[in-house]
Each structure stands twice: as structure tokens, then as C-alpha cells.
Design a protein around this ligand. Structure first.
Ligand code: ATP
Ligand code: MG
Length: 273
């Protein structure tokens, strides 16, 4: 079940109202060098990512495209420190995360990165308020401050009054708005979003996207998003496509986007490719 945007008590901004930052002179936030990820399956090595180089600067909004199974989630999980490279290096905010031990990586993720997933990944046994406040409290901040900040954010995402509900009572769009509030509450420098609108209807997807862009833009956050949604492309600073294990930068012109077959998007968010 998904919500209608009319259910939102706080008016959502239109995507067009979101200011674009100047990112050209900003320092590098995400840097990948010669990153490879392969899986052994039935004795056969499958190379999913093959020598990826990437630079994303602070405040940049980078979009990742590619067919299903091309390796978008694999790449996002590597950048987000949720999976380990087979070879190569990844720096986030100057830290080589491929050199961190598990304990330090956990702390790094907790402090520096916010995540938004396709299936929301809220903790079912925690209330909406507790879900949002969790990353804040995990950083050692008081529960009172966490809940105060969580209430403010829930108002921002149009969910005032749903504090004590459990996630299974919320529509898909509402759950994703809770997940967005949770992703930004601890002010991480980097937000990773893996098909955040992939499980939402078109209108709900747009409002969720708008919210995610607004909350990351206004705070100067770096946003890396895998998506099949063409709506987002005009707002991206950079567009990349994974194809046969390689990362290719896509030109941003409308003609090029149409040529690439990504202007034609179905209502379920799946691009024809
Ligand atoms: N743990 C794993 N073990 C073996 N193969 C894996 C593993 N995780 C991912 N893969 C394989 O890596 C390839 C890329 O998967 P990935 O989930 O990154 O694709 P994707 O581009 O995100 O696709 P989608 O658009 O469907 O989400 C797939 O062929 C998948 O089967
Ligand atoms: Mg995926």
C-alpha cells in the first residue's frame, strides 16, 4: 500500500524549487580507484565490477544507472562500506575505508553515512520515532535530544502525529519518508540511496524524491543514488551507467538521455533499456 501525496500535512516542495549547489570547486567526498568486485559461484568467478574509478565531490548528487543485475547495488554497498572490495581502494571524506577493520568501519558508517533502501528497512519492533532517533542515539547523544530532533524531522517529512506508530502500520511512501528522516538525523556527510522510489507509485515516488533532494541539498550533503527513474536526471550533477562491469559517465543533454533509452519510464519505475 502506498500513500497519496495529499495525505502529507506539510506541503512538499516541488523538485523545481530545489536550489542547485556549486560543486565544481568542492573537495572530493567519494573516490574509487581500480575497484573490482567478483563473486565465486559454482566454481566460476563472476566479475561484477571491473576496475572502477570514480570521483564525487562534496555536495554532488550523482545518479547511477544500469540494467537489473548490472551491479548498481553492489557498487553502492561498496561505497557505503556494507560490502568489501575484491581489489582496489575507496576513500570517503579522505578515509580509505578499504583499510579499516570491521570495528572502525562500523563506527565510520554510523557517523558518516546515511542509507535509504528500496524496501525501507525500518526496524519493525521500534516505533516511527524510535527508528528515526536511532542513528542519533547510536552516536552517543541523549535519547531526549534524539527524540526532539526526530519529531522535528518527522514534521518535515509530513508525519507529525505518527510518532508512536509501528512501521507495519504505515504505507510504503510513509515508511520511505521515515527512512529519509532516519538517514539524515545524525547529519552524515554522505547519503546512499538504492532505488528509493523503486517500490512506490509514481506520485508517491516523486514526493519522496523531492524530500530526499531537499533535505540533502539544503545541508550540502553528497547524495549517491541508484535509480531507474528518469524524473531525477535533470537534478543530478552527474550521471553514470554501469555496463559490463565498467562505469561510464553519461552526458546530461536531453537528447543523449533519450538516446540512452532512459526517458521512457514505466509507472512501476522500471526503465526500458
Ligand atoms: N552475494 C552475492 N553472491 C553472488 N552473486 C552476487 C551477490 N550479490 C550480487 N551478486 C550478483 O551481482 C550482480 C549484480 O547485482 P546487483 O544487485 O548489484 O545488481 P543491480 O544493478 O543492483 O540490479 P537491480 O537493478 O535488479 O537492483 C548480479 O548478477 C547478482 O546476482
Ligand atoms: Mg539493485
Amino acid at each position: 500500500m502506498t500513500s497519496s501525496p495529499t495525505a502529507v500535512s506539510t506541503p512538499l516542495p516541488t523538485i523545481a524549487s530545489i536550489d542547485r549547489p556549486a560543486v565544481s570547486s568542492a573537495p572530493s567526498q567519494v573516490r574509487l580507484r581500480n575497484v573490482t568486485r567478483q563473486y565465486a559461484e559454482a566454481g566460476v568467478n563472476r566479475v561484477i565490477l571491473n576496475g572502477i574509478d570514480l570521483d564525487i565531490v562534496t555536495g554532488e548528487f550523482a545518479v547511477l544507472l544500469g540494467k537489473s543485475g548490472s551491479g548498481k547495488s553492489t557498487l553502492l554497498n561498496l561505497i557505503g562500506g556494507l560490502d568489501e572490495v575484491s581489489s582496489g581502494q575507496i576513500w570517503i571524506a579522505g578515509t580509505d575505508i578499504t583499510a579499516l577493520n570491521e570495528h572502525d568501519l562500523t563506527i565510520f558508517r554510523r557517523d558518516q553515512i546515511g542509507y535509504v533502501f528500496q524496501f525501507f528497512n525500518l526496524i519493525p519492533t521500534l516505533t516511527v520515532l524510535e527508528n528515526v532517533a536511532l542513528p542519533f542515539e547510536l552516536r552517543g547523544r541523549s535519547r531526549r535530544d534524539g527524540e526532539q530532533r526526530a519529531r522535528e524531522l518527522l514534521a518535515r517529512v509530513g508525519l507529525s502525529g505518527r510518532d508512536s506508530a509501528y512501521p507495519d502500520r504505515l504505507s510504503g511512501g510513509e515508511q520511505q519518508r521515515v527512512a529519509i528522516a532516519r538517514a539524515v538525523i545524525h547529519s552524515p556527510a554522505l547519503i546512499m540511496a538504492d532505488e528509493p522510489t523503486g517500490n512506490l507509485d509514481e506520485d508517491t515516488g516523486k514526493s519522496v524524491l523531492s524530500l530526499l533532494l531537499e533535505l540533502t541539498r539544503e545541508a550540502g550533503k553528497t547524495l549517491v543514488m541508484a535509480t531507474h527513474s528518469a524524473e531525477v536526471l535533470p537534478y543530478a550533477d552527474s550521471i553514470y551507467r554501469i555496463h559490463e562491469g565498467k562505469l561510464v559517465r553519461e552526458p546530461k543533454s536531453a537528447v543523449a538521455l533519450a538516446d540512452a533509452g532512459i526517458a521512457n519510464v514505466q509507472h512501476n519505475g522500471t526503465a526500458h533499456e
